[in-house]
Every structure is written in structure tokens, then in C-alpha cells.
Write a protein that binds this ligand. Structure first.
Ligand SMILES: [Zn+2]
Length: 286
């Protein structure tokens, strides 16, 4: 947390600190999602699947390319931990770090969720977000972060010396194991850093530690994704509930989350193609 330097400042420390930052990954050359087409398509949608994720549990579902998926708050303020996998190759999964590098710490309408190396391509595009009004709060926080990892029983063991089984990592592991009919120890290796749906987070001003605060989500709110490829989704209703106090225990009030999958009208996506494989040769200079 860099609060006790042991090395004296050099004479030009102020000048070095005063250098202005530049964006690491300018996205001007990134192919933009076809938002006009998506906005038009989402006006005529047919619900084809829905499921409810119970508190402190997770579910997986199929999300075919060209479909829309909403994660909906239904009973109370509740955050969700979201994973996406390529339905045909579970080793290709959502890459929160690269998504963060491209789109910033929190995502909303127009941002895309990217997949892991060696694929790095859009898996999904955010097409609607009823919490987009939140913007940035006075603490520098916002909603739907791609900073956090997921609450997990291993970190909980280190910090609190308890064996708690309903962290998001374990919930997603159980759900994926059930969905793919594999052993939970194999499934957990495919669970990955999440998109923290509805969670309000940021960094503390002094220490830059990851913070959370009560989610602004209320029943009826939703975030909507467009599937850029055939996906399996996984969502955990975090044991932190609205994440106003803690997580990784049964202490917080928790509520279910609803997942809805919608198909656009025939012809609405005519000419649209799913995400193409990344163009890099993978020879790495050899
Ligand atoms: Zn969690």
C-alpha cells in the first residue's frame, strides 16, 4: 500500500511525479460494437429462457450468439458475480483484466467483455444498464466493476480461518460442475475473475485498497448483454447481498437474481456475424 517509503526522494522527485499520464490502451482503433443495430434489435425481443439464482448459490445457462441476456434485480438489493465461457471451449473465458485495461474499472452500455489469451475477442456487449445514471460517486466509486476477483473460500480461510462453502467462487464452481457434469475440483479451475454486476466499488483514497459499499440496485433494475458468440453464462448471488457490510459469510441479507434470455426478431441481425478469432499468428517471434 506504499505508505512507508524506505528510500529517500531524489532531487527531481516532484518533476518525475508531475509527468502527465496517458491512456495505456486508447480504443480509437477498436472496432466499435454495432450499437445502432443492437438498439433497434432490442426493441422487439422474445423471452426464450429464464431462471432464478437463489441467494448464496449460482446457476449456469446457455446464451447463444445473437441473443440478449438480462440480469435482473427482483426482490432486494443484491450483487451478482458473472462469468462467461465460450460454449464450445471452456478454456476461452471472460478476461476481466484486459476488459479493465480497455474500458476502465467499471463497465456500462457500449462496453464489451473480452475473452482470454490466445483469443482476446468480444464475448458480449453491454446493451442496456438501468444504473447508468449512477456515474461516479463522491468516493470515486461506480457500479459493475471489473476490478474485483470474486469472494472465495481460500482467501476467507487466510483472513478469517473459517471453512465457508457459499462464496461466489464455490457457488460458480458447483454450478459449472453441475452444468457440465464434471467434478467440482475440475470445474473450479475454469471459474475466473468476474464482472461484478450491480456491485458499487472503487479504491480507497489513501491506500488504494479495493472498497465496496451498499449497491444502488433496486428491484426492477437490470443490466443487459448481447452475446457476440455462443456462451455459457454463470451467475452467483453473492453472500455479501448488497455488499454494504461484508461477504463470505451468512451474515448479510441476500436476495435472488433473475436471468432472462431473449431472441431478437427474425432478420433483425441480418448480415451480423459472431466474434471472429483474433488475428495474431501466435508465433511469438519464433
Ligand atoms: Zn461474492
Amino acid at each position: 500500500m506504499k505508505n512507508k517509503p524506505e528510500t529517500p526522494e531524489p532531487a527531481d522527485a516532484a518533476a518525475r511525479r508531475a509527468v502527465a499520464p496517458i491512456v495505456c490502451y486508447p480504443i480509437d482503433t477498436l472496432p466499435a460494437p454495432e450499437m445502432d443495430r443492437y438498439r433497434a434489435a432490442r426493441l422487439d425481443l422474445t423471452l426464450v429462457d429464464e431462471l432464478v439464482v437463489q441467494p448464496r448459490d449460482a446457476k449456469c445457462w446457455s446464451l447463444p450468439a445473437g441473443h440478449f441476456c438480462r440480469i435482473v434485480s427482483i426482490e432486494g438489493s443484491q450483487v451478482g458475480d458473472l462469468n462467461f465461457w465460450n460454449a464450445h471451449d471452456l478454456n476461452e473465458r471472460f478476461y476481466s483484466g484486459k476488459t479493465r485495461a480497455l474500458h476502465g474499472t467499471h463497465v456500462s452500455t457500449g462496453d464489451q467483455l473480452w475473452s482470454t489469451i490466445p483469443h482476446i475477442r468480444p464475448m458480449a456487449t453491454v446493451t442496456h444498464d438501468t444504473l447508468d445514471w449512477y456515474g461516479w460517486d463522491e468516493y470515486g466509486g461506480s457500479v459493475h466493476d471489473v476490478i474485483g476477483t470474486r469472494c472465495d473460500p481460500y482467501t476467507n480461510d487466510i483472513l478469517n480461518c473459517v471453512d465457508y462453502h457459499y462464496c461466489c467462487h464455490s457457488n460458480l464452481s458447483r454450478a459449472l460442475a453441475g452444468y457440465t457434469k464434471t467434478d467440482v475440483r475440475d470445474a473450479e479451475m475454469l471459474v475466473h475473475d468476474v464482472c461484478n454486476v450491480f456491485m458499487a466499488t472503487g479504491f480507497m483514497p489513501e491506500t488504494k485498497q479495493y472498497f465496496m459499499k451498499a449497491s444502488p440496485v433496486r428491484p426492477g433494475d437490470f443490466i443487459e448483454f448481447f452475446a457476440e458468440m455462443d456462451l455459457i453464462g454463470g451467475l452467483s448471488a453473492c453472500p455479501g447481498g448488497d455488499c454494504s457490510t461484508g461477504h463470505s459469510s451468512d451474515a448479510a441479507a441476500c436476495y435472488p437474481l433473475k436471468v432472462e434470455v431473449y431472441k431478437p426478431a427474425d432478420g433483425a441481425l441480418e448480415g451480423w456475424v459472431p466474434s471472429k478469432p483474433n488475428g495474431y499468428s501466435r508465433t511469438h517471434g519464433t
